[in-house]
Structures are given as C-alpha cells and as structure tokens.
Design a protein around this ligand. Sequence first.
Ligand SMILES: NC(=O)c1ccc[n+]([C@@H]2O[C@H](COP(=O)([O-])OP(=O)(O)OC[C@H]3O[C@@H](n4cnc5c(N)ncnc54)[C@H](OP(=O)(O)O)[C@@H]3O)[C@@H](O)[C@H]2O)c1
Length: 245
Amino acid sequence: MKIKGCVALVTGSNRGIGRAFVEALIARGAKKVYATARDPAKLKNLEAAHPDKIRVLTLDITKPAQIAAAASQAGDVNLLINNAGINRKKGLIAAPVLADARDEMETNYFGTLSVCRAFAPILRHNGGGTIVNVLSIIARVSLPAYGSLCASKAAGLLMTQGIRAELTKQHTKVVAVMPGAVDTDMERDFNGPKEKPSDVANASLQAVEDETEEVYPGGMAQGVSQGLAADPKAVEREFAAYLPR
Ligand SMILES: NC(=O)c1ccc[n+]([C@@H]2O[C@H](COP(=O)([O-])OP(=O)(O)OC[C@H]3O[C@@H](n4cnc5c(N)ncnc54)[C@H](OP(=O)(O)O)[C@@H]3O)[C@@H](O)[C@H]2O)c1
C-alpha cells in the first residue's frame, strides 16, 4: 500500500516514536491521521500544526471501552500503527513482585492484541490495509535486565505472526518493527548509540510500502538480527551479560 492518501491511526502518539510516526505520515502525504493518546491534551501542539490532517482521539489500549469508542469513530482507517508500549526495566527473578511483568503483558501484548481485534473488521471493510506492530529487537533474544519486557515483546512477535496468517484472506498485511535502542524518554538513561525516532518511523512506513514483514531499523537491530541468523546461541550468551541491577 501507499502512505500517500492513506488513513492511519497511531497509538501512543503524544511523544517518542509515536509522535514521529504521525509527523512522518503527514510528510509522506497521508490523507488523515488519527493521533491517539491516553491524555489527548498532550496532542494539542501536533493537532495545531496540522489541523486539516489530524484527528485527536483518547485511547488507552488497556481500556476496552476506549478501544471500542476509537474504532467506532475511525471507521475509515486502512493503516493501524500499534506503537504504545511500556518498559518497566525489571528482571524476571530479580523483580520483587510480578506486578510490573503483568503490566507489561497487559499493555504490550493484550492491549496491542485488543486494538488489532477491534480494527481487523475495519481494515477488511477498507480493502485490507496494513497493521504495524512496534516490537523490539529484544523480542528475539532476551536482555535479562529487561527480562519481563522481552517476554511481552516476544509474545507480541508471535501474535504478529498469528494475526498475519489469520488476516491473509482479507488481504491485510502485518509488519513487525524491531528496533534497537531509540532516543526517546523510554531509553533516556541509556548512554550507548540510539536511533532517531524519525528514522524508525520512516523505515517502518517504507516497509509498509515495500510489503516487508519484518523491519530492523538501525545498525544495532540489523547487527543483532544478522547475529541471530548466523549463531543464535552466541547472541544469547552475549546478551546474558546484561543482568538486572
Ligand atoms: N525507545 C526504545 O529504545 C525502544 C526500542 C524498541 C522498541 N520500542 C518500542 O517503541 C514503542 C514506543 O516507545 P517510545 O520509545 O516512543 O517510548 P515513550 O517515549 O516512553 O512513549 C511510549 C508511548 O506509549 C504510550 N503508552 C503507554 N502505555 C499506554 C497505554 N496503556 N495506552 C496508550 N498509550 C500508552 C505513552 O503514553 P503516555 O505519555 O500517556 O505515557 C507514550 O505515548 C514502544 O512499544 C516501545 O516498546 C522502543
């Protein structure tokens, strides 16, 4: 599909990669973008910059009533971008309680799945369209310092594969985006190299146009992906050094 002329909905679009998605969609000629956020007041500046293109919706992806309301107001969507996510930065054993692991699963897995389920009939009605799920390179190998986050993103990757298969007959494409570290609030304290959010958004939108099913934006993600193809156990051992503090 072409981004020019598309009608997109982006979750978690008030900051970080989500905001970059909205800006990249508009720069590439999208007809309309539903910019969604838990707090729509945080989208005022974005809306003011592109009042003819942006429609603001309230959407917490863990709240079924808000998902249903968004679906009823955005029936013309043909590109769904599931970007919203959380990272509680906890180990699996080191975490004192399970609450953070459950929250990550609730948002990153069940929240994203719920949005996919609500919008699948809309995409079918609009000719098929595309779903983009923003996952992470650590969906494919565990970084123990973020062990429960990795499990939620790995669940998201298998969900993405399953949805791709189920929606093939309605001509909906499903793209998994797996970046390394990106320069947003989420990785504010990480001092290593980070990708620009705009580069992640643009690589993802290019993948939509090219019908690429898995995209690895940036050098870190591409290097890890190549390492996994060559010797997955060696990559697992390398990542095993990054333990929870
Ligand atoms: N930054 C990285 O290094 C990196 C790497 C790989 C993948 N990712 C993924 O990229 C996506 C975007 O992350 P980011 O880096 O842009 O992080 P961010 O700056 O922390 O932004 C996260 C966004 O998700 C929203 N969000 C969180 N929970 C939500 C919920 N229940 N319902 C709706 N929106 C919710 C946040 O809204 P509020 O402002 O209301 O909190 C915010 O808009 C995430 O899925 C993340 O896992 C990030």
